[in-house]
Design a protein around this ligand. Sequence first.
Ligand SMILES: NC(=O)c1ccc[n+]([C@@H]2O[C@H](COP(=O)([O-])OP(=O)(O)OC[C@H]3O[C@@H](n4cnc5c(N)ncnc54)[C@H](O)[C@@H]3O)[C@@H](O)[C@H]2O)c1
Length: 375
Amino acid sequence: METIGIGLIGTGFMGKCHALAFGAVKAVFGTVPRPRLEVLCDIDPAVAKEKAREFGFERWTTDWRELIADGAVDVVSITAPNAFHREMAVAAAAAGKHIYCEKPLALTLEDGEAMAAAAREARIATLVGYNYLRNPVIMHAKSLIESGAIGRVVQFRGVCDEDYMADESLPYSWRCRIAEAGTGTLGDLAVHLVSVARDLVGDIAEVSGEIRTVHTRRADPDRPGESGAVENEDQANALVRFANGVQGVLCSSRVAWGRKNHLACEVHGSEGMITLDQERMNELQIYQVKGDPAQRGFKTILTGPAHPPYDRFVPAPGHGLGFNDLKVIEVAHLLKGLAGEERLYPDFDDALHMERVIHGIIRSSETGGWVPIKG
Ligand SMILES: NC(=O)c1ccc[n+]([C@@H]2O[C@H](COP(=O)([O-])OP(=O)(O)OC[C@H]3O[C@@H](n4cnc5c(N)ncnc54)[C@H](O)[C@@H]3O)[C@@H](O)[C@H]2O)c1
């Protein structure tokens, strides 16, 4: 498999991020199959045409069904809003196309389950955009934990906060409506935290949570003097129990002033602790119970060539990777997976775990008790 044909739906934040990654991956990773940028889709013809030229796609369309039907497209990259994920993914699977879909999987758990079932039935490969799992810092934390560097894991405490909805004067928008956005901070932010928790500790077995909408109404720009009711949550907090018995806490907010990408966690062990924060994505801190107690303290490890695949980007330690580089690593994984060299993770079935946890937190908030997470 020397080349793989790409069809990309969406040219916004994530559309550009996917396009940059497809453009860079061969130069960065060398031996992976080369992506052929075949078709780009967006609803606005002027945008689709212009972005196809900028991103380097051969053709453009405003009809995503046309993109899926294109014989040169092997992989359909879905970066359209959540409300379209199910319809696009089910159609792509029916056409036998592999799917690279942004998180969260879908608006509802039922939609996510339908997508996973369609992919299974069509026997196509899938990958979901949990890009923070590609951070060499997270990979190093995982290998430190597995090597016993902090002893037995006893607790996970995680936060995923941003402030993009913190301003209460922000107008009412699609982001506030369940039919268009699905969940609030849970689907936007907390799913990333769940992916990291699962990576570092394991499956979550039970949750007990509470969600809250802080700014319950926002001024409606289409109806001067009127406001619209915000239907989804601004904040979510949950106690969790992992299947291996470890205790955990997950907190997420989209109204946390000052936080820009505060995807952070502490993994407490019987002989130490690891802590990291995506806002400082090139470092982690580790505390280990060894040596002279008077000399103990947290040590900062800056990533470098010793933490692959950092070495693919930069030969010098401490120079730092950026957010878009994580997508390049994710796309390299996608291409290697399609070439049969790696097992794609997280695929649609894996991503259902993240969906079950966030929807479990909502159910727990409604019922007031612990909710088991199936599968
Ligand atoms: N992995 C991450 O870190 C990350 C970060 C941000 C967003 N996301 C996810 O990526 C997805 C997109 O988010 P975004 O921030 O890029 O949104 P965005 O609004 O910036 O971009 C969405 C794009 O989809 C296009 N679009 C909308 N409807 C379409 C249709 N019917 N056909 C074709 N194109 C259509 C829009 O014109 C736009 O170009 C969401 O699922 C979001 O949760 C993931």
